[in-house]
Design a protein around this ligand. Structure first.
Ligand code: GAL
Length: 380
């Protein structure tokens, strides 16, 4: 009798535990979003009067991604917590002016032609010197004054059985921001029923050039604007990182993270050692596996909501940026003020200043080649 009672109790505990782990969307949210869908609506206009469209992708679990053609920018991403309650977990704005303004810190945008910094905005390729736009002290940052985050992309819906895909294309002209070659770029956002938002980047050029594309989403798994991200637990699959000088340009060294606040090989909260990092985290990690296959780059979890994000990529690096320059001067979606450390970025990329660092993996793209990279954000 006692054994039978224990057995029944075991089943009960198991069922409760399993339902506690079930992070699918609550029945109510599911009914409102029965199928994988996509719709296109107006998001308003740029100051120049250009129409901005917003595309809404919803998967069968109710995860919802909203993306605009301006900057091919991820505007919102609604993901369930441990009880199935949705929250928007990326920082951003409710209308185009936030994104078109010069103070926008790249919220959710596609970054190019070269994500991160190029020292003094200069590089030499095939013995030709190139001078890029300088927009960060003496350096070039995130593609220059008018990077890929500040241009209009052409959006198109693609429907497949497994996913709802959204394709953006943009042709960056020869000489734009100082870069050589007409570069034709494609970014495909794909929301799957496995709760993944995949971003597929492709580019081709008609002259030798350099390319490094990424997405600049600021995540807060407790919900955008709901406090800082310091309590998030983070793991980064990297034994080494690229130390930087005062201007955040890598010195060229690949340094071990061992015995330093840079070590996230075991889960650690972001705040556990941030005080030992002058200015906060803003560093490129050298991922342990790289090449053409997709590897787990990083994982972050937020204890109060139970939300978890995993980032997979084919890129050799990831920039951990802990929202150090957010200072409360930006009011974002739903009137929420974004203060210091209110979001973190995991920007998958080639290493900063690679065009000037022969020992870093190459970022050169030549005519006839196709640049292809994939980054996946997976939610649990
Ligand atoms: C990050 C970069 C930071 C800062 C930020 C935008 O990608 O690493 O240094 O420039 O973008 O404010």
């Amino acid at each position: 009798m006692i054994t039978r009672k224990l057995w029944l109790y075991g089943i009960l505990v198991g069922v409760v535990a399993l339902s506690g782990c079930d992070k699918s969307v609550s029945e109510k949210d599911k009914k409102e979003n029965p199928d994988m869908t996509m719709k296109k609506e107006s998001f308003g206009q740029t100051p120049e009067g250009e129409e901005v469209s917003i595309f809404t992708l919803v998967n069968t679990n109710g995860i919802k991604a909203r993306i605009i053609d301006y900057g091919a920018t991820l505007v919102s991403l609604e993901v369930p917590d441990r009880d199935g309650k949705l929250a928007d977990i990326v920082l951003g704005f409710d209308s185009p002016d936030g994104y078109t303004g010069k103070d926008c810190p790249y919220f959710g945008a596609t970054i190019g032609r070269y994500a991160n910094r190029i020292a003094r905005g200069k590089f030499t390729l095939d013995e030709v010197d190139y001078k890029l736009a300088v927009n960060n002290g003496e350096n070039h940052l995130h593609g220059g004054v008018k990077g890929f985050d500040k241009v209009m992309w052409k959006g198109r819906q693609l429907q497949t059985d497994e996913a709802v895909d959204l394709e953006f294309t943009y042709i960056s002209k020869d000489g734009e921001e100082g870069y050589p070659g007409n570069l034709s770029c494609t970014v495909i956002y794909s929301l799957t029923n496995n709760n993944e938002l995949k971003i597929n980047y492709k580019a081709q050029t008609d002259k030798p050039t350099v390319v490094n594309l990424t997405n600049h989403s600021y995540f807060n798994l407790a919900g955008a604007g709901n406090g800082d991200i310091l309590g998030h637990e983070l793991t980064i699959n990297a034994d080494r990182f690229t130390p930087v000088d005062k201007g955040l340009i890598p010195t060229g060294e690949l340094r071990s993270v061992e015995n330093s606040p840079m070590d996230f090989r075991k889960p650690m909260t972001i705040d556990s050692r941030i005080d030992q990092v002058p200015g906060g985290y803003d560093h490129n990690y050298v991922l342990n596996t790289s090449g053409d296959t997709t590897v787990l780059a990083a994982r972050a979890s937020e204890p109060t909501s139970g939300r978890v994000i995993e980032v997979y990529t084919t890129e050799p690096g990831v920039q951990l940026y802990s929202g150090n320059f957010l200072d409360g001067s930006i009011t974002g979606k739903s009137g929420k003020v974004y203060k210091k450390h209110y979001g973190f970025c995991l920007e998958t990329q080639h290493f900063p200043d690679s065009p000037n660092k022969p020992n870093f993996p190459s970022v050169v793209l030549r005519p006839g080649e196709t640049y292809t990279t994939i980054t996946i954000y997976k939610f649990w």
